[in-house]
Design a protein around this ligand. Structure first.
Ligand code: AMP
Ligand code: ZN
Length: 458
């Protein structure tokens, strides 16, 4: 809110209440969306590294997010269901699972509380009633809207100049809206259309507006004052601005102490988005034989508040760096008889803490790790190994799982490679492919070359 770096002071000593806007589960998440959750994961790990207990809540948007942020267009969920000839509930379940799978693959720790919008309709209706009682809502033929001009400081998060927006009112398609920035709290189901998701309410059968779910659920699980709220920067001018309006409307106060937003992933210098059709998913990354953790590594090398232009070349480089890092972890296991200067260890740890606590300067923390690896004297191998394992509590690159498969392939994998050779000789391509998949799950990639079958670590 202050648009500057501020010292973080938790409301309750030793504890952080954190709310993250979750995904809209109508399609596969793209890697831009996933940046938002790697960012939150890093934030949480940094807070925990500082010995703070984190109470983390994330929602799943399974109703009410329309194709246009301006309360027009179709519900993304209903659109997704039609596209696939399934029910909205099936779509929600399928893509929620896919999102959770992506979180696992990227080693993102799951929030303790994950709440679905459709399980909280009552809480949303109660909050809208409160807003209405306090005089901030009005009814139109298609819903209940929030009167944003009734708030003196509407738009303060985004720095919106509300008077200037009156000009825009002339081109507003919804003529019943009093002001261009007004937004729907509850939408009444269209008479000529049967929605799959709709509920009774004091204002007629319908469904909640998109913003009310995050206000209602964050307050339910974290209380009327909590520490941090996160999301992508696209949420600043609309979704989060309207969440602030709603808590002002219902409770006459702000509920969030700090807002943190991640910048976008771009492709060809344009925002990666479903509507522009310029997106990649984690499945695309895996299909090109990259380890999802290579994508995590790539994200570690850019600061969350910087725009990040994605290219396959940069992912290739990240995969190489990750492989090299893992190889170093194996090498560092072999002891040397160097004597460690304990002061030097403390210096590294202090620097690391300084970087991560400076608004999550993870790129610098990564560089520091490489510096430590290259450091010629003063720290012996096993101490280097220990320090990097400690750093990995933040990076989350699963460095403790690294095994020496390069020099010694596991017995099980060796057996599979031989079985695959047999299958290929018998022209049983199906079996050969299945084995290739199994090996890939073990992070081993098979390549058939002229000089025979080769494998490498991914
Ligand atoms: P959605 O599923 O559309 O509700 O978005 C989920 C999260 O991804 C939100 O926090 C968005 O702000 C964020 N987001 C959307 N597009 C991008 C992008 N290209 N780069 C980074 N974050 C994004
Ligand atoms: Zn939200």
């Amino acid at each position: 809110m202050g648009r500057k770096k501020e010292k973080f002071v938790p409301i309750k000593r030793g504890e952080v209440k954190l709310y993250s806007c979750g995904p809209t589960v109508y399609d596969f998440p793209h890697i831009g969306n996933l940046r938002a959750y790697v960012f939150v994961d890093l934030l949480k790990r940094v807070l925990e590294y500082n010995k703070l207990r984190v109470k983390h809540v994330m929602n799943i948007t399974d109703v009410g997010h329309l194709t246009s942020d301006a309360d027009t267009g179709e519900d993304k969920m209903e659109k997704g269901a039609r596209r696939e000839g399934k029910t909205v509930w099936e779509i929600a379940e399928f893509y929620t699972k896919d999102f959770f799978d992506a979180m696992d693959k990227l080693n993102i720790e799951k929030p303790k509380t994950i709440c679905k919008a459709t399980d909280h309709i009552k809480e949303m209706i109660d909050m809208i009633k409160q807003i209405e009682k306090n005089g901030f809502a009005y009814k139109t033929s298609d819903g209940i809207y929030f009167d944003t001009f009734k708030l003196k400081d509407y738009g303060k998060l985004a720095g919106l100049y509300i008077e200037g927006l009156k000009e825009g009112a002339r081109v507003e398609p919804n003529l019943e809206k009093r002001n261009p920035t007004d937004f729907a709290l509850w939408k009444i189901s269209p008479k000529d259309q049967k929605r799959q998701m709709e509920w009774n309410s004091p204002w007629n059968i319908g469904f909640p507006g998109w913003h009310i779910e995050c206000s209602a659920m964050s307050i339910k699980y974290l209380g009327e004052k909590f520490d941090i709220h996160t999301g992508g920067v696209d949420h600043v001018p609309v979704h989060h601005t309207n969440e602030i309006a709603q808590s002002q409307g219902a409770l006459k106060k702000d509920v969030v102490n700090y807002w943190l937003h991640n910048e976008h992933v771009l492709v060809d210098n344009k925002k990666m988005s479903k509507s522009l059709q310029n997106f990649y998913t984690l499945h695309d990354i895996e299909n090109k034989n990259f380890n999802p953790l290579a994508f995590r590594y790539l994200l570690l090398t850019s600061h969350y508040r910087s725009k990040f232009n994605f290219t396959w070349e940069s992912l290739e480089a990240a995969q190489k760096s990750l492989n090299t890092l893992r190889e170093h972890m194996i090498l560092l296991k072999s002891t040397d008889n160097k004597k460690t200067d304990k002061k030097r260890i403390l210096e590294y740890k202090k620097k690391f803490l300084g970087f991560i606590n400076d608004d999550l300067n993870i790129p610098y923390a990564v560089s520091l790790t490489w510096k430590l690896i290259r450091e010629e004297s003063k720290i012996n191998n096993s101490d280097k190994h220990k320090i990097i394992m400690d750093f990995d509590k933040i990076f989350g690159l699963k460095l403790k799982d690294v095994k020496d498969v390069k020099s010694k392939i596991p017995k099980e994998a060796e057996k599979l490679i031989n079985e695959r050779e047999e299958a290929r000789k018998k022209r049983d391509w199906k079996k050969a492919d299945e084995i290739r998949k199994k090996l890939k799950e073990m992070n081993i990639l098979i390549e058939d070359t002229e000089s025979g079958v080769k494998w490498r670590l991914i």
